[in-house]
Write a protein that binds this ligand. Structure first.
Ligand code: PEP
Ligand code: MG
Length: 595
């Protein structure tokens, strides 16, 4: 009997194969009291297990580098740091020495306490970090009781790995003995499994509830990493339907990639710059592979994913330098931290606080989207902002880098940022450290206030980047993550069109370049509208680039401009969408023809 499950697709592609269960169930640990005179020996036993774990992680790090997976190597490094972290290492030793717990028991109690602290946090990113503690604890436990962690070295060619969770070490093995797909019960979009699966390009589904209960080793399985669908023991007709779908996907992908070096140019010769949005340095490669001409938005708030505990200007510089090196002489725009609201990742401030400043103890703001977010937080927590700005300045020494400020609502925010940048530039100058003293500073236009004062901002900012993800949510008063009001989240709403039009005009009056980097830029359905309204630079997720390029090559500027004029006169989002759909059926029948 076929079983159909729905998880979250985190890396597109269809995989067919046989289930290979990776059982990472916890070992049972013996619990006993240790007499005071034997406690020092017990601590030594614990230390030996930590040392052995460190050695194993070192080996995995070397394998990760060999396999060309720097992100995995960094994650394994983070696990090494947990091993020696005060909250882990010293806490275990204290439990042995002061409470007389045996090493396994001390280890279990310590990891349980740390995991519970993570569980109390609301954001997915933090909750998913509990699995790091789990993975590290499991490794030490296995070294204590002398049980090897199963290495995924013996996968059959058609293996689809099914697990409760997969550690970065597992993923290193899998990179060598390649699996066709990954399915895990746990994890979300920002889990390690998801991040690494994308980095490896392996079709994957996470959050597949009950898969470990329902799947047996050797079962036939089909997974769709785009839609998150899973079919266990599929019937022959289902399998053939999916094979057809997989074939079409492969052909489409091939055709799109074949065009990747063609210019993104309209039929009447207008060049449109297509850039990539990235969260971690490793993504630069995919942007270039998919034909991107550079990086239009580097979201630095995801930095702790590849540089856990990043702190200090030098550490920021090192992280940005990785991107600078990968991008070469192509354009690169680095956005300063957009922490707060939906993005809460752990950043250590030089003041000793974790930012954002709300924590479970201090309480959660009732309206985070309108709270202390992005540039507001940076200007409030200036020491951290200074570290980041100095890091970006240092990264500008060898190539032209642009600095982008998120969530600006007032000219003062731009002015204050510029003052700090000028101060830091003088400091670096006096220290003889090379950097670009004229680093271009731009602002995100993603709030109604910024859009309304675009003419004033244009006088003082070097460039604009329009962030429609937030702009739509704030202009239409519609939470971008709330499914119940998703029907109101319409980028084609006349209010948005008017705003895009007036922002482009304000930028043009002052000769400021303007780009767009919200999801709208990566949807070919919107391309004619954006080009017609005057946008010449679009930045998007890597995989969206080929299709948008294909779309652009079918358009003519004159038609797009006519269309934009008509669209600006329409009364509803529905009317604009319908007009777009009709025009696209004519201009790009292969992409938007009738079904
Ligand atoms: C946006 O708001 O459109 C944007 C690009 O920024 P983010 O999605 O990171 O908020
Ligand atoms: Mg935004």
């Amino acid at each position: 009997m076929t079983t159909r499950l729905q998880g979250i697709g985190v890396c597109a592609g269809i995989a067919f194969g046989k289930v290979h269960i990776v059982d990472r169930r916890r070992l049972t640990a013996p619990h006993y009291h240790v007499a005071p005179e034997l406690r020092a020996k017990e601590v030594e036993r614990f230390e030996r297990a930590v040392f052995a774990s460190e050695e194993q992680l070192k080996e995995f790090r070397a394998r990760a580098l060999e396999a060309g997976m720097p992100q995995v190597e960094l994650l394994l490094g983070a696990h090494g740091m947990i091993l020696r972290d005060h909250a882990f290492y010293d806490a275990c030793k204290d439990r042995i020495l002061k409470e007389g717990q045996n090493a396994e028991w001390a280890l279990k109690d310590t990891t349980r306490g740390l995991k519970a602290a993570f569980d109390r946090l609301e954001q997915d990113y933090f909750r998913e970090r509990r699995s790091d503690v789990d993975i590290v604890g499991d490794r030490v436990l296995r070294n204590l009781v002398g049980v090897e962690t199963e290495l995924l070295d013996h996968l059959s060619e058609d293996a689809v790995v099914v697990a409760y969770d997969l550690s970065p070490a597992d993923m290193v093995s899998l990179a060598k003995y390649s699996a066709r797909g990954f399915v895990t019960e746990s994890g979300g979009r920002t889990s390690h499994t998801a991040i690494l699966a994308r980095a490896l390009g392996v079709p994957s589904v996470v959050s597949a509830t009950r898969i470990m209960q329902l799947a047996g080793s050797g079962d036939e399985i089909i997974l769709d990493g785009g839609t998150g669908e899973l079919l266990l023991r599929p019937s022959a007709s289902m399998a053939s339907r999916y094979r057809g779908r997989a074939r079409r996907l492969r052909l489409e992908q091939k055709a799109l990639l074949a065009d990747r070096l063609l210019p993104a140019e309209t039929s009447d010769g207008v060049r449109i710059e297509l850039l990539g949005n990235i969260e971690v340095s490793g993504e630069v490669e995919s942007v270039l592979l998919y034909g991107g001409q550079g990086i239009g938005l580097y979201r630095t708030e995801f930095l702790p994913i590849e540089s856990p505990g990043v702190a200090g200007a030098e550490a920021h510089h090192a992280a940005y330098q990785r991107v600078v090196d990968a991008v070469g002489d192509r354009p690169l725009t680095i956005r300063t931290l957009d922490l707060g609201a939906d993005k809460n990742l752990p950043f250590a401030s030089p003041t000793g606080d974790l930012v954002p400043s709300w924590t479970p103890e201090r309480g959660h703001p009732s309206n985070p989207a309108l709270g202390l977010r992005a540039i507001r937080l940076s200007l409030r927590d200036e020491p951290l902002f200074r570290e980041q700005l100095e890091g970006i300045l240092l990264a500008s020494a060898t190539k032209r880098v642009r600095l982008l400020l998120p969530f600006v609502t007032a000219v003062e925010e731009l002015r204050r940022s510029r003052e700090i940048i000028a101060e830091l530039s003088r400091k670096l100058e006096s220290e003889g450290r090379p950097h670009d003293p004229n680093l271009p500073v731009g602002v995100m236009i993603e709030t109604p206030a910024a859009a309304w004062i675009a003419d004033l901002l244009a006088k003082e900012a070097d460039f604009f980047a329009i962030g429609t993800n937030d702009l739509v949510q704030y202009v239409l008063a519609t939470d971008r993550g709330n499914e119940e009001v998703a029907y109101l989240y319409r980028p084609c709403h006349p209010a948005l069109l008017r705003i895009l039009d007036s922002v482009c005009r304000a930028a043009a009056v002052h000769g400021r370049p303007v780009s767009i980097c919200g999801e709208m830029a990566g949807d070919p359905f919107h391309s004619p509208l954006l080009v017609g309204l005057g946008l010449r630079s679009l930045s998007m997720t890597a995989r969206a680039i080929p299709l948008v390029k294909r779309m652009i090559r079918k358009l003519s500027l004159a038609e797009c401009q006519d269309f934009a004029k008509t669209a600006l006169g329409l009364a509803t989002a529905g009317e604009v969408e319908q007009a777009l759909a009709e025009s696209l059926r004519r201009w790009a029948p292969d992409l938007f023809g009738a079904d």
